[in-house]
Design a protein around this ligand. Structure first.
Ligand SMILES: Nc1nc2c(ncn2[C@@H]2O[C@H](COP(=O)(O)OP(=O)(O)OP(=O)(O)O)[C@@H](O)[C@H]2O)c(=O)[nH]1
Length: 213
């Protein structure tokens, strides 16, 4: 059943960004993330679910910005280009979705070094959209497809962690196929978002929050 996040006091919109094929859709549909319908009409598919985080119910809606980007006519989108592409009809809408998202998942595949490089372009897009905010965006770097065999892995955990430190964000390796790590990373994002809302202070970054815990 569809959930109306606007009525929930603890509801969070999380935009998921990543290169084609990294596993964004699978990440959504796993674990009963229920199809909610477009939270922003005709722009993107959103998936939401209720979950309890530290004993308190929350509603998390995930939106695939790349799906949104792909719906635009006559564009040759590549994630290495700055997102969104200049001059496209939905540019303002993409910017609005990025600006209004509470948190972000920047996804790469542990099998693709290129998809890790692409994360930097997505990060730039997020920073640009959130440029007027005093706080750093709340985000997590997520390396998907951790279930794949060792010979398929071309990005080490250490490389992922190093980029996450550079970007000052959370990090997790997950498998959207088996579910490993999926709920944990969403839960961690919710904790950071709640903490930030409660503290109201100018955060120095997500790592700071975790160091203080
Ligand atoms: N083994 C494995 N395969 C995965 C995983 N996540 C996704 N896949 C597979 O990778 C392929 C691409 O997954 P999608 O979820 O469609 O990727 P996407 O990022 O949504 O791709 P676009 O819609 O093109 O942006 C599919 O065949 C998935 O089944 C994972 O964690 N492990």
């Amino acid at each position: 059943m569809a959930t109306d996040t606007t009525q929930d006091p603890d509801a969070w919109n999380i935009a998921v960004l990543g290169a084609p094929g990294v596993g964004k859709t699978r990440f959504f549909v796993l674990d009963d993330f229920e199809v909610r319908g477009p939270p922003f009409p005709r722009l993107a598919q959103g998936f939401s679910r209720k979950l309890a985080v530290d004993g308190q119910n929350t509603v998390v809606t995930l939106v695939d910005i790349y799906q949104l980007q792909r719906t635009q006519p006559s564009q040759n989108f590549h994630p290495n280009a700055n997102l969104p592409s200049a001059g496209t009809n939905n540019e303002a809408a993409v910017q609005a979705m990025l600006r209004e998202a509470d948190g972000f998942i920047l996804m790469y595949s542990t099998t693709s070094p290129y998809s890790l490089q692409d994360v930097v372009a997505y990060m730039r897009a997020v920073r640009r959209a959130k440029a007027t905010y005093t706080q750093n965006p709340v985000l997590s770097l997520v390396g998907n497809q951790s279930d794949r065999s060792a010979q398929d892995h071309e990005v080490s955990r250490a490389e992922g962690e190093a980029l996450a430190r550079e970007l000052d964000c959370l990090f997790a390796e997950v498998s959207a196929k088996t579910g490993y790590g999926v709920e944990a990373i969403v839960t961690d994002l919710v904790r950071v978002l709640r903490a930030r809302k409660q503290s109201g202070r100018k955060a120095r970054g997500i790592w700071d929050y975790f160091v203080r815990r």
